[in-house]
Design a protein around this ligand. Structure first.
Ligand code: ADP
Ligand code: MG
Length: 734
């Protein structure tokens, strides 16, 4: 043992909590810059995850080398010569040879290379060769001595997989690489392992069963950090990355599983049994065959409602997939069980429509249906509220705002329609003496799988994918301005055949829309208003007096008085209007089967989900629907990738995945979520399979051990609570 060559003492005093300023080669000035990357102590650097990695090109044969093309070449040095030792004029040259031939490497003014690149040394070189005479020559290549058991030369990373870190001004990629290497080697071993080996084994088994190719046990934390900062191979990197991604997602899913549990099994709700008789009696009221999906979801809901703790279920399905029918079923189950049910709609127009549907359906029954909406007079409202309180009404439809805070006699079920319009965080609580109602939340914005498992991770999820039979097809077109005349001619033809048409404009007026306008009319709050945005008013005037002169044209937007809106909607539904010029206020659920033609103006200003919702308005009848999306400006509409996807895809779930891919999860829901902001290494799109495994595993573990009390889980549990404790409100159990 030679004590003299031990590492210097400054390195051996490094700890996980050493402030970055005191790390070798940092100092106060650099530390200030590094802090912009969120780096404060040595430990932070270990958890500064690379954005991606650069892989070396595969080794090349001499015959495949090309002038100036980056290449890697592995061979043995068969000749090495320091041509001149004169400082400032030295040349070191060597021949590197393998089965495919030989190349020359040259270094100017780096005489020390002669000490490393000696005769018979194996090297991996990479660089861009040039032909010098008849031989390929690499000038100043990056190189690595290939020798088993020896770490590659630090400042010569040729041939290695390189981590690429997030950067900030004044900090170079090589700075971070140089900083990370010794910390990983010295400190990673000191970290606490939060995933015990049995958990890492089970995870690897499940991930491999899901089609991944991982070792039998996921790497421990120190191997994982080494593998992500200084990977030795692609497999090494994959295992490391998977372990870290899995951990991040597992922690989140454990929190969500605990949350789901506290939201359900720890609360009390009325047990509302649905006997076969009740079920048949309800189903007889529907004038059509239910789809298989509808029947399946009704069964699941009936089972949920029979339990003594609240159902907390999100029902998602495309526009027209028949969610309302499922909701009506659930409400009638509640009523049959001697309880009240309420349905909250996002707009009054929609509330009235639901109310009318229910009254029609239940006209000859004893079920009493009431409506609570803003346009009721004070006395009428008081009367309705009183009937809700005494139990004289069985089913109450209303807008969410109006039903909030109303006292129910015996509320058994609360249905929330188009919940996404309100934001996912808002949850209505309608407790009734320590007993909660069952909740059914409906959304026509199909949620990508990964979003469903994260932002909606605390609810159970049901999906209606199947469309009721007999629906007409919908044709979608993208068009520039030059198409308008042809389109209006087409509209006139359809109207002549007895159909009706929508024209949707992105804004109410030319002026700036304020953020507290009716939510459904906000196109994209982040977008600055432009003067030339097509307004619903100018469109209405233009069409009425121009291309659609002679037709009965109506106007609808969110700023109209409620009864005025109602009147316009009714005339359109009754066929007294041929064309309805509207803002996106019609997006939410309006059902006029005879309307089969829709123009969407300024289509580039709408989100994919919103466009899809709009299109859903003209696919409700048996006639084929036609949607034409017009685009503002001169660019061909096909240049807009979102619109192209919209043109080619009718399936709401595919669109949701595409939207997610193109815009990120926040925008799919029309809002930014804090939930994924805390993800540091997982990518919800890329890692959806790992997410699925993490979710299933978390659910199973929490089912077996709700409080995570079994041995070895202490550190994992405290990580879950530290990260998500507040956010998920795990502490108070509600
Ligand atoms: P959603 O709320 O999902 O948009 P709705 O429940 O409003 O859909 O249904 C859309 C239309 O389809 C309604 O007119 C409804 O009566 C009808 N409908 C629902 N389910 C079926 C079915 N199984 N067969 C035929 N028509 C149906
Ligand atoms: Mg609906």
């Amino acid at each position: 043992m030679n004590f003299v060559s031990e590492p210097s003492s400054s390195e051996s005093t490094l700890t996980l909590t050493t402030p970055i300023q005191y790390l070798p080669g940092v100092g106060p000035a650099r530390a200030t810059k590094l802090r912009k990357l969120g780096l404060r102590i040595a430990r932070d650097i270990l958890f500064l995850f690379p954005r991606n990695h650069t892989f070396p090109p595969p080794p090349t044969k001499v015959a495949d080398l090309a002038e100036g093309q980056p290449a890697t070449f592995i061979g043995t040095i068969t000749d090495a010569e320091l041509v001149s030792r004169t400082p400032g004029k030295s040349i070191f040259a060597a021949i590197v040879e393998n089965d495919s031939g030989a190349v020359r490497i040259v270094f100017f003014n780096q005489p020390f290379r002669a000490e490393q690149l000696t005769f018979e040394t194996q090297v991996r070189i990479s660089g861009a060769p040039k032909l010098a005479g008849l031989r390929w020559e690499f000038t100043h290549p990056q190189y690595e001595i290939v020798q088993e058991g020896e770490l590659p030369d630090e400042d010569a990373p040729g041939g290695l997989i390189l981590a690429n870190y997030p950067l900030t001004e004044g900090i170079k990629q090589s700075d971070l690489r140089r900083l990370a290497r010794p910390l990983v080697n010295e400190l990673a071993g000191q970290l606490t392992e939060v995933l015990p080996e049995r958990l890492r084994t089970e995870a690897a088994q499940r991930l491999n069963a899901a089609g991944m190719e991982l070792p039998d046990v996921l790497p421990g934390i120190s191997d994982a950090l080494r593998g992500i900062h200084l990977p030795e191979s692609e497999a090494d990197l994959t295992a490391a990355q998977t372990r870290l991604v899995f951990q991040e997602l597992l922690v989140m899913q454990l929190a969500l599983a605990m949350r789901r549990r506290s939201l359900t099994s720890e609360l009390r709700a009325p047990s509302l049994e649905c006997t076969a008789t009740v079920r048949n009696r309800i189903l007889r009221r529907f004038p059509f065959e239910l789809t298989g999906d509808q029947r399946r979801v009704m069964d699941v809901i009936a089972a949920d409602m029979a339990r003594q703790f609240p159902m907390n279920r999100l029902l998602q399905g495309d526009v027209g997939s028949g969610k309302t029918v499922v909701a009506i079923f659930a409400m009638l189950v509640a009523v049959a069980g001697g309880h009240q049910a309420t349905l909250m709609a996002p707009t009054e127009v929609l509330a009235r429509q639901h109310h009318a549907t229910l009254q029609r359906m239940l006209a000859d029954s004893r079920v009493r249906v009431g409506l609570l909406c803003g346009s009721l007079g004070a006395a009428e409202r008081r009367g309705t509220v009183e009937k809700i309180r005494t139990g004289e009404l069985d089913i109450v439809i209303g807008t969410q705002a109006l039903l909030y805070g109303v006292e129910f006699h015996r509320l058994g079920l609360c249905v929330i329609d188009e919940q996404h319009k309100f934001g996912v965080k808002q949850r209505v609580t309608l407790r009734d003496g320590g007993v909660d109602p069952h909740y059914l939340v409906m959304s026509a914005t199909p949620i990508p799988r990964s979003v469903a498992m994260t932002q909606f991770g605390d609810v159970d999820l049901s999906t209606l994918r199947e469309k009721p039979a007999g629906r007409g097809a919908v044709h979608t077109y993208l068009a520039g301005d030059s198409w308008r005349d042809r389109w209006w001619a087409f509209v006139k033809e359809r109207v002549a055949e007895g159909r009706q048409a929508f024209v949707v404009a992105p804004r109410v007026g030319p002026e700036v829309e304020s953020a507290d306008e009716e939510l459904s009319e906000l196109v994209d709050p982040a977008e600055p208003p432009a003067e030339d945005i097509t307004s619903v008013h100018s469109t209405y005037e233009q069409l009425r007096t121009g291309p659609l002169k002679g037709l009965r044209v109506g106007l609808l937007h969110g700023r109209m008085a409620s009864d005025e809106k109602q009147q316009v909607m009714e005339s359109f539904a009754e066929g007294e209007l041929d064309v309805l010029v509207s803002t996106t206020v019609i997006e939410v659920g309006i059902d006029v089967p005879n309307a089969t033609v829709m123009a969407i103006l300024g289509g580039n200003r709408f989100g994919l989900a919103q466009l899809h919702q709009l299109r859903g308005r003209v696919s409700r009848g048996t006639h084929a629907g036609h949607v034409c999306v017009f685009v503002d400006g001169d660019k061909p509409p096909q240049d807009d990738e979102r619109l192209k996807v919209f043109e080619q895809t009718l399936d709401g779930f595919e669109l949701a995945e595409a939207d997610f891919r193109l815009r990120g999860p926040g925008d799919v829901l029309g809002q930014r979520q804090s939930g994924d902001a805390r993800l540091r290494i997982a990518d919800l799109h890329r890692d959806v399979e790992i997410l699925q495994v993490a979710r299933e595993m978390a659910q199973d573990w929490i089912d077996q051990d709700p409080e995570m009390e079994s041995e070895g889980l202490e550190d994992l549990k405290s990580q879950v609570l530290r990260r998500y404790g507040n956010h998920l409100d795990l502490s108070d159990g509600a």
